[in-house]
Structure formats: structure tokens, C-alpha cells
Design a protein around this ligand. Structure first.
Ligand SMILES: Cc1cc2nc3c(=O)[nH]c(=O)nc-3n(C[C@H](O)[C@H](O)[C@H](O)COP(=O)(O)O)c2cc1C
Length: 195
């Protein structure tokens, strides 16, 4: 059941979070990850992304617990079939184990619909960002990654993507091992013009 939307309701803490949020490297994450209830809220926040036409042109794949190891096995199997060297295969087997939780956001845009595919894919990006923000609001760090396996046809198939579906992002979520360092941000006067 959806919540009643707020209107004309300042939320200064939310703004503060947006002005300070940053990603944490998946390599620098540790347990704990979100609880069951927190994960449900993170997914709900993702599914509240703006979406032209109420198409909901995206879906989620949750990787946690053993599911992360099974996903890593898929990467390893694919690389083994391609004749990769053993050391690399074993590194890739651990990919999804870097964080306690990984959420795959899958873009399922409808072709030939009056809402352009571009807008449907933008909506999937907004889903990813909502997830990052929700995870941060709950005190976790997130890292929006695609890496090679988001684009690999055999991996996509083994993860259950249907033809035409694309990975918008793998959202790695966990507790930060270290303080986060700020990164360069755009100079606002270079990207803002007034018409
Ligand atoms: C669609 C998308 C895909 C990304 N894929 C990768 C990736 O594969 N590898 C990587 O190192 N960073 C990737 N990034 C960048 C990381 O998310 C990066 O850590 C983040 O943008 C840092 O910015 P922030 O601190 O403002 O969140 C990606 C970002 C986006 C939006």
C-alpha cells in the first residue's frame, strides 16, 4: 500500500542528505547490510521513481547471502568458458561478495510505445538514484556499478534477463569500512545557464 504523498512540507534533513551524499567503494564495504525491513523500504523507495506513463519499466534482482556467491559462480563459469586464466576467474567469483547486499536494477523498456525508450531508461536511472539515497538515509553506503558483467550477454541470460532487458545498475550496499572522501564536483557556473 502506497503512502500518502507529502505536499508543501519542508524536509531540511533530506536536502542535507542530498547535498552531502556520496558513494562508497564496493571494495570498502562490510556487514551489516540492511535488515529485511530496511531492504523492503529501499526497494519501495526505488519503485517510487518518476516514470512516464505508469509503465514501471524496471524490476529488481536482490542478491544477498548465498545468492551473491551463486551470482559470482555465474561470472566464473562464463569466464571459464571463454578460457580466462584461473586467477582472474577466482577474483571474479568474489565480485558480488564485496557487499552484504547487491540490488540489480533491470530496465525493461517497452519498444514501440508512445513513451520513448529513452524516457523509460531515464526512469530506471532514477530508480537507481532513489535506491542510493534511501540506503544512505538508513546509514549505509551505496555504489552504483555496471562493470563488465552488466553488458555481457551470457551473464545477462544466466541472471534471468529477458531479451531486450538491460542492467541499469548493480547497487552495492553495505556499511562503510572507512570515512568517505569527497570527490571533485562540477563548478556550478559552468553547467548552469539562465534563459
Ligand atoms: C550508470 C553508472 C554506472 C557506473 N558504473 C561504474 C563502474 O562500472 N565502475 C566504477 O568504478 N564506477 C561506476 N560508476 C560510478 C560510481 O557509481 C561512482 O563511484 C559514483 O558515481 C561516485 O559519485 P558519488 O560519490 O557522487 O555518488 C557508475 C555510475 C553510473 C551512474
Amino acid at each position: 500500500m502506497s503512502k500518502q504523498p507529502l505536499f508543501n512540507h519542508p524536509a531540511p534533513e533530506a536536502l542535507d542528505l542530498l547535498l552531502t551524499r556520496r558513494s562508497g567503494s564496493a571494495k570498502a564495504m562490510k556487514a551489516p547490510g540492511p535488515s529485511k525491513k530496511q531492504l523492503a523500504d529501499i526497494l519501495l523507495a526505488g519503485a517510487r521513481a518518476p516514470d512516464h506513463g505508469k509503465l514501471f519499466p524496471w524490476r529488481f534482482i536482490v542478491f544477498e547471502g548465498d545468492g551473491r556467491a551463486r551470482a559470482g559462480d555465474i561470472l566464473a563459469d562464463v569466464l571459464e568458458a571463454e578460457g580466462e586464466r584461473e586467477k582472474h576467474i577466482e577474483e571474479e567469483r568474489g565480485r558480488f561478495l564485496r557487499a552484504p547486499l547487491v540490488i540489480g536494477v533491470i530496465s525493461s523498456a517497452r519498444e514501440m510505445h508512445k513513451v520513448p525508450v529513452w524516457e523509460q531508461e531515464l526512469s530506471a536511472g532514477a530508480v537507481c538514484q532513489n535506491i542510493l539515497i534511501a540506503a544512505t538515509a538508513l546509514g549505509f553506503v551505496g555504489n552504483w556499478l555496471t562493470e563488465w558483467y552488466a553488458f555481457h550477454p551470457a551473464v545477462k541470460e544466466k541472471l534471468g534477463l529477458k531479451p531486450g532487458e538491460r542492467v541499469a545498475g548493480f547497487l552495492y550496499i553495505g556499511t562503510a569500512k572507512d570515512e568517505l572522501e569527497e570527490r571533485p564536483r562540477p563548478e556550478m557556473d559552468k553547467i548552469v545557464t539562465r534563459f
